[in-house]
Design a protein around this ligand. Structure first.
Ligand SMILES: C[S@@+](CC[C@H](N)C(=O)[O-])C[C@H]1O[C@@H](n2cnc3c(N)ncnc32)[C@H](O)[C@@H]1O
Length: 325
């Protein structure tokens, strides 16, 4: 069974092969097949990254257009290089997907939208971004690396209260020793502030009283990343906001990489597909009284074993689809 934070994109300790230095889009064909781009449709790619999904969409339908969004300015600039030749068929926006539609004036409803969550291989493989537990990496982890108002991982470890740290490791890392770990961090930082991945790994060693396994390190590093970037909050708000701008019949496709994300997507899609959302004991329905759309494939789509063999980062991916009524 998948653990809550069993993520194919977890931070990785080892070196990476050249092939892995480039991001391979996950569930690429499946995403575009479910989006079914057509006509002069206008589509939202809320997590453009290196642009793999947008590229296939633009190639599949030569009259379609895309709004390509990323909160990471470096990722967006790479997407511009990769997709610049599509010229006026693509607009690039540096924003979070939960906020972009409040600022970007759409010419009409969206014909479809997709999100491919988490971080890309490029971000994970770049030590300067600080997402990894490889040796001697600065603890940063901000997706929007140009935003100096966002705290870095080091600032959180050196400044958050013991209770806040415990909550991060318990809620986002499902770490049974969250309290002990938080206590260890607070005791250490008074004389020895956290700067690099080695400092955090050393505290894990002390807390677990054994050399932490990569899976354990990944869980803790990922919990910090989720918290710093408010990933689950962005997802909940983003799903609602994007749904509002979808056209009738439009598909909304989301690829998740761990069960905390997947649960949010599954629950939202299920709730939007119910005709009545009144509490059970209400005698007369007083809610919207109709489904907003439906889920065409209850369990979603998992990558094939071939895809996982070629791209280990796909192993925990799950794609879910919702179609607006
Ligand atoms: C898995 S990668 C996407 C890869 C992309 N589909 C491709 O084919 O190259 C996820 C991207 O989403 C961005 N991202 C994550 N959360 C975001 C958010 N809330 N708003 C905007 N971009 C986000 C990350 O910076 C990263 O570049």
């Amino acid at each position: 069974m998948e653990t809550a934070l069993d993520s194919g994109r977890d931070s990785t300790s080892g070196g990476t092969s050249n092939a892995e230095k480039f991001h391979k889009p996950v569930l690429l064909v499946e995403t575009i097949n479910w989006i079914k781009p057509r006509g002069d449709g206008f589509y939202l790619d809320g997590t453009v990254g290196s642009g793999g999904h947008s590229k296939l969409l633009l190639d599949t339908c030569e009259t379609c257009r895309v709004i390509a969004v990323d909160r990471d300015p470096q990722a967006l600039s790479m997407a511009k290089t990769a997709l610049g030749s599509y010229r006026d068929r693509i607009s690039f926006v540096h924003a979070r997907f939960d906020q972009v539609l409040d600022h970007f004036s759409l010419q009409g409803p969206l014909s479809g939208a997709f999100l491919d969550l988490g971080v890309s291989s490029r971000q994970l493989d770049d030590d300067a971004r600080g997402f990894t537990f490889r040796k001697n990496v600065n603890l940063d982890m901000r997706m929007d690396c140009a935003n100096s108002e966002l705290p870095t991982a080091a600032q959180i470890l050196n400044g958050a209260s013991e209770e806040e740290l415990e909550k991060i490791f318990r809620n986002y890392g499902e770490e049974p020793k969250a309290r002990k770990l938080a206590h260890g961090i607070v005791s250490r930082r008074q004389n020895n502030p956290f700067l690099t991945s080695d400092d955090l790994v050393a505290i894990l060693y002390k807390t677990f009283k054994k050399i932490p396994r990569n899976k354990e390190k990944a869980r803790i590093f990922q919990a910090l990343r989720i918290s710093i970037n408010d990933e689950l909050g962005c997802l909940s708000r983003g799903l609602e906001r994007i749904r509002m701008d979808l056209d009738s019949g439009a598909s909304f496709v989301v690829i998740t990489y761990h069960s905390l994300e997947d649960r949010i997507v599954k629950r939202s899609f299920r709730e939007w597909s119910q005709s009545c959302i009144c509490p059970p004991k209400i005698p007369v329905c007083s809610c919207r009284g109709k489904a907003l759309g439906h889920v065409p494939l209850a369990r979603g789509v998992r990558p094939s074993s071939d895809e996982i063999q070629q791209n280990s980062r796909a192993r925990s991916a799950r794609l879910r689809i919702w179609r607006k009524a």
